[in-house]
Design a protein. Structure first.
Length: 356
């Protein structure tokens, strides 16, 4: 079966994250594992794609319950050409398979990259954090204070990188699911409005633009009273006005239905400018309906479960956690469960990823 140039290009983009010596590339075993998980999600016969069943069979749990090591465990994996042909076969069955495959690859690459970040983010030095001890010196034992300074700096660094990686992943994945594209401010068709009420040359970031229907989506996990400062909220309120000025219909998606005055105000702003708002279960239903049968499966399997579970956590019930930094690993435990981060002290911390 001939493989189209479009499929070849998609396959190449799906495999690689980043550039140069630090690029993360999905090998045959990982890609085969991704195919196995996807056909299990969709209830397809993997042999229909020209691939053999793995000796261990199909996984009987969701992607997040499959260890990262499992994706590297397939010694008898297909060749790259066989995987490419399988992708073409799947696309021929349902064109939306290309979006599903690309999104799962994007998610998997970012998860692998973040494990690399956790493995290589260096321990802070006292030169970096020492002056901050002036604010707490004498309040507690010096050894405890110094350990506190080091831990909180490292946690801040990895949390900052987590936010960065999530930003590169979350909005583009949802945009792909809807068949749209994310637009940065440089090439955006939505322009900021100046003090005179007229559009300027400065563009506005759009989470998802669907050109065929002239829709601009704004994705939010939640909108609470403390979600942002007054200046930032004023910017959020301006988005639907700027869409209307550009002749585009603004759509607000808020996944967490927790009510707040700001959520009410923001929703009203979208409605007043010819747009619509979908909140909570209505938002999930809208995403699934707009995505189509195949991509609705992706949202149900990869996006909704973790976000729903995390949002249900009661912050009044925080677990006591112990952090232990050993030479080759970091152990995080609450006494019952533990999360072990394997450290690679020979690797240098990678630069920020230029891909967005």
């Amino acid at each position: 079966m001939p493989v189209s140039a479009t499929t070849k290009a998609l396959f190449s983009r799906a495999r690689v994250l980043g550039t140069g010596s630090r690029a993360l590339i999905l090998n045959e075993s990982k890609l085969y594992g991704i195919f196995i998980v996807i056909v299990s999600d969709l209830g397809w016969d993997i042999q229909r794609l020209g691939l053999a069943l793995p000796q261990s069979g199909l996984p009987n749990c969701d992607y997040y319950q499959v260890s990262l090591e499992w994706f590297d465990s397939h010694a008898n994996h297909p060749t790259m050409l066989q995987l490419l042909a399988a992708l073409q076969s799947a696309i021929d069955i349902n064109a939306d398979f290309q979006l599903y495959f690309y999104n799962v690859c994007s998610l998997h690459k970012r998860r692998l990259k973040y494990q690399r970040i956790l493995s290589t983010q260096p321990k802070p030095t006292m030169d970096q954090v020492g002056p901050r001890g002036l604010l707490e010196y004498g309040i507690c034992n010096n050894h405890l204070l110094n350990s506190w300074l080091i831990w909180r700096k490292w946690l801040f660094d990895v949390d900052n990188r987590s936010g960065q990686e999530t930003g590169y992943l979350f909005e583009p994945v949802l945009a792909n699911s809807l068949g749209g594209v994310s637009m940065g401010s440089t090439n955006s068709i939505v322009k900021r409005i100046g003090d005179d009420g007229q559009p300027t040359a400065k563009g506005r970031q759009v989470d998802c633009y669907i050109g065929a229907e002239n829709l601009a989506y704004e994705f939010k996990l939640r909108v609470t009273i403390a979600a942002s400062g007054q200046g930032r909220f004023a910017e959020e309120l301006s988005f639907p006005r700027e869409c209307r000025a550009a002749g585009i219909i603004p759509i607000l998606i808020v996944l967490d239905p927790t009510p707040s005055n700001r959520l009410t105000e923001l929703s009203a702003a979208f409605t007043a400018n010819g747009g619509r708002s979908y909140i909570g279960e209505e938002a999930w239903a809208h995403l699934e309906e707009r995505s189509g049968e195949v991509m609705a499966n992706f949202i149900d399997n990869y996006i909704k479960p973790p976000l729903t579970a995390i949002n249900e956590f009661n912050t009044d019930e925080l677990t006591s956690i112990k952090f232990t930094w050993e030479n080759d690993q970091i152990i995080i435990t609450n006494g019952e469960d533990q999360y072990v981060i394997i450290r690679d002290n020979n690797q240098q911390l990678e630069d920020d990823d230029p891909e967005q």
